[in-house]
Every structure is written in structure tokens, then in C-alpha cells.
Design a protein around this ligand. Structure first.
Ligand code: OAD
Length: 231
């Protein structure tokens, strides 16, 4: 395994122990909202104020959370691993970034970015956003959260599939397997690749993995990284 090519996929479960709620709570609501009211292009057209407010709250909540041992272990792995490593996250929080991961793709977007509806520039955006927010690049376009909503295409898919098709080890951490295309990544790796799921409970696609380890990410991920660096 010493110079293997790794692809690691993370979901909301890796940030749960930092204090960010996962999506699929038993009541089917996401921070007290139905997903279709806040996370679709239709919702943004219908009630932009609600959507802006929802993401403003999510963005603000990042100030009171910190990366946990699982985020830090993945950053340490990237810093020491002699082979290729691509970290793909479905999370829109910035905890991997703050832990120090750099070879990182946010396939569902980022809370701390905005996108101009006019010139389509991607903008670093750390403060609240509303209908009056304007793009600093073209100075006139309205700005939306840089979040991939339902019915929209995730980001960087070419780079992700390119890495999946060449990888030797694919690891999925803290993701429920409800949302495609990420849930199908395990099917896109070559037959020779090792596949491993680390999750609190088996995901919907757990049977597609060669190995499953169950438990909290802050225990499983540091242990996995230690094992990998020792072999
Ligand atoms: P989910 O909320 O669907 O699933 C979270 C997973 O994390 C579950 O399988 C839990 O068992 C697991 N989990 C919870 N706590 C954990 C812990 N401490 N350690 C390890 N695992 C834990 O979140 P995602 O799979 O990330 O999309 O959801 C995928 C996408 O659905 C999100 O990116 C979001 C949402 O709609 C967009 O916003 C576009």
C-alpha cells in the first residue's frame, strides 16, 4: 500500500462530533426545514429570503465549531502519504480546510463561497448574503450561495471520476449512501481496488464495500490513518 492512490469520500458524519447536525434526522427535517423549501433552485426562485437566511445561519454556525480528530487525521495523512491522495467531501462546512487538507474537492459547494448569477464568478463570502448582495467582480450581478442544490450537478465530477478510476483504495466516511452520485462512487473504482466504509451505522450502499468498520469517526479515522501509515 506504500504508494497507493487513495480516494477518500466524506459526508456529514465526519463533522457530527464537531457539533454540526447530519442531514437525515429521524423527523425528516433539516434544521427544522423541509429540504425542498431551502435546498432547491425552485425554493430560491420562490422565496430567496428564506434560502439566504437558512444559509446565513449555517455559515454563521461555522464560527462556533472546530475540526475534530477525524478531520485532523485526514490532513495528517495527506501531509505524510507518499502516493496520490484526493479527499472529496459532500460537506459544505470548512472543517477539512481548517484542519489542513489541501487536495480537497467540495463536490456540493461551500458555505463560505458565493456565486454570481451574472458573470458566474465564484466568490469567497464569509458574511451574510441577501438580495442586495452584489458581485465584486462584475459589480452588478446578484449573488447566490455556492451550494449544489437538489436537481443541480455536483462540482468537479471529471476530476473525481478520473481519480476513482485509477485508485487503489477507496474509503467512504460518515455518509449515508442516500445521495447520488456520491453513493455510487464505490461502484466506479477498478475491481482490484480495496474499498472500506467507516460509519456509525452501515450505509445504504454498505454491501458494495469489501470491508466495513462501525463506530464514531473520531475513533475510526485516526485508527485507520495509523494502520495505513504503519503498513
Ligand atoms: P447524512 O445525514 O445522510 O448521513 C450521515 C451519516 O453519518 C449517517 O450514515 C450516519 O450514520 C453517519 N454518522 C453520524 N454520526 C457519525 C459519527 N460520529 N461518526 C461517523 N459516522 C457518523 O449525510 P450525507 O451522507 O453527508 O447534500 O448526506 C449527503 C448529502 O445529502 C449532503 O451533502 C447534502 C444532503 O442533501 C447537499 O446539500 C447537496
Amino acid at each position: 500500500m506504500a504508494s497507493a492512490r487513495l480516494v477518500i469520500l466524506t459526508g456529514a458524519g465526519i463533522s457530527a462530533e464537531s457539533g454540526l447536525r447530519t442531514f437525515r434526522a429521524a423527523d425528516g427535517l433539516w434544521e427544522e426545514h423541509r429540504v425542498e423549501d431551502v435546498a432547491t433552485p425552485e425554493a430560491f426562485r420562490r422565496d430567496p429570503e428564506l434560502v439566504y437566511r437558512f444559509y446565513n445561519e449555517r455559515r454563521r454556525s461555522l464560527a462556533s465549531v472546530e475540526p475534530n480528530a477525524a478531520h485532523r487525521a485526514l490532513a495528517q495523512l495527506e501531509a505524510t502519504w507518499p502516493g496520490e491522495l484526493l479527499l472529496v467531501t459532500q460537506n459544505v462546512d470548512d472543517l477539512h480546510d481548517r484542519a489542513g487538507s489541501r487536495n480537497l474537492l467540495h463536490m456540493h459547494g461551500e458555505l463560505k463561497k458565493g456565486r454570481c448569477l451574472g458573470c458566474e464568478a465564484i466568490l469567497v463570502w464569509e458574511t451574510d448574503m441577501d438580495r442586495a448582495s452584489r458581485c465584486p467582480v462584475c459589480a452588478q450581478g446578484r449573488v447566490r450561495p455556492h451550494i449544489v442544490w437538489f436537481h443541480e450537478v455536483p462540482l468537479d465530477m471529471d476530476r473525481i471520476y478520473d481519480a476513482l478510476e485509477r485508485c487503489d483504495l477507496f474509503v467512504a466516511i460518515g455518509t449515508s449512501g442516500h445521495v447520488y452520485p456520491a453513493a455510487g462512487f464505490v461502484q466506479a473504482v477498478p475491481p482490484r481496488a480495496r474499498t472500506l466504509e467507516l460509519n456509525l451505522e452501515p450505509s445504504l450502499v454498505a454491501s458494495a464495500f469489501q470491508e466495513i468498520r462501525q463506530g464514531p469517526a473520531t475513533e475510526l479515522v485516526p485508527a485507520f490513518v495509523r494502520d495505513l501509515l504503519e503498513t
